[in-house]
Write a protein that binds this ligand. Structure first.
Ligand SMILES: Nc1ncnc2c1ncn2[C@@H]1O[C@H](COP(=O)(O)OP(=O)(O)OP(=O)(O)O)[C@@H](O)[C@H]1O
Ligand SMILES: [Mg+2]
Length: 289
């Protein structure tokens, strides 16, 4: 990771453009994190202003899901700070962390539904687990959430009776069950046909507005996500290497951004995994061509 090319100066982060006093809902400051000794994030800075839909993009394995786990406090930064709604996640006691998590909704990368629960019971699950609401109130709330994703009529179906796109929408209804302030989506578009994909991306945008929430969307899908985003961060080498509004980032000539958004097998992210010199490995070193 230390061999990364220098990162040119970046345009101001979105919060710097907004009113200076408006504290972002999520702020990473110099965050480093590794699983064991293997570092994944190294001095990462990022801000998510309230009310926006912000995406985190980057190659497979660069640490996007890890970044969401840091926000939810499932793992802790080894240095730097992750602040959510003004609280430093890594310093919270268990009770406070649980309280903060209740304000977050998460659509998991392989967001499986509980296969032995109906659609209705899947969405009711967080309400029953985490609130003392009476059953008639839960019923109305579940129908409201299912209505929001267009699946009120599917309430009695079991997960194995749903298409992939429908299942994703049920998972979305479950993620917003408790009216979260922050909704995190981990690869919400994977494996969907173009119509289901457009439905999900429109829902991400409309739910953000309807709930007055803030959304973080981790995705590889440049084309679909650019339609609904306010701001985009591109990760590589354990940090943010490019950021901007969709227009800015698509026009960027930052090498990582160019390669990621306009395709290219070789570039700032090399095609070859680091290895010994090829000629040496072939036993040709020292021989003239
Ligand atoms: N629990 C874990 N223990 C050890 N290493 C892990 C663990 N979870 C993830 N990793 C490693 O950390 C790196 C980052 O993983 P992460 O899941 O955050 O990547 P990602 O950007 O979400 O990838 P993808 O786009 O494929 O989902 C990967 O190299 C992965 O192998
Ligand atoms: Mg991931």
């Amino acid at each position: 990771m230390s061999s990364a090319p220098p990162v040119p100066s970046l345009p101001p982060a979105p919060a710097a453009r907004a009113a200076a006093h408006a504290e972002p809902l999520v702020a990473f400051r110099g965050v480093s994190f590794g699983y064991g000794r293997r570092m994944i994030l190294e001095g990462l800075d990022l801000e998510v202003p309230r009310g926006q839909v912000v995406s985190i993009m980057g190659g497979s394995g660069c640490g996007k899901t890890t970044l969401l786990r840091l926000i939810g406090g499932a793992v802790k930064a080894s240095s730097g700070s992750v602040r959510v709604a003004g609280q430093a996640v890594e310093t919270l006691r268990r009770d406070d962390l649980y309280r903060l998590r209740r304000r977050m909704g998460m659509l998991f990368q392989f967001g499986a539904l509980f296969t032995d629960l109906s659609v209705f019971d899947n969405v009711a699950f967080p309400m029953r687990e985490r609130t003392d609401l009476p059953e008639p109130v839960i019923r109305d709330l579940v129908l409201l959430k299912l209505h929001a994703v267009g699946l009120r009529g599917a309430a009695r179906l079991m997960p194995n009776e749903l298409s992939g796109g429908m299942a994703r929408r049920v998972a979305l209804a479950r993620a917003i069950a408790l009216d979260p302030e922050l909704i995190m989506y981990d690869e919400p578009f994977t494996g969907l046909d173009p119509i289901s994909l457009a439905v999900i991306s429109n829902l991400i945008r409309t739910l953000n507005v309807a709930l007055g929430a803030t959304s973080i969307v981790v995705t590889h899908d440049v084309r679909e996500s650019m339609r609904i985003l306010d701001y985009c961060y591109l990760m590589a080498e354990g940090r943010i290497v490019a950021r901007g509004t969709p227009d800015e980032i698509l026009a960027s000539d930052q090498p990582y951004a160019r390669q990621f958004f306009h395709g290219g097998i070789d570039g700032a992210v090399p095609f070859h995994y680091p290895g010994a010199d090829y000629r040496t490995e072939l036993g040709l070193a020292g021989h003239d061509r």
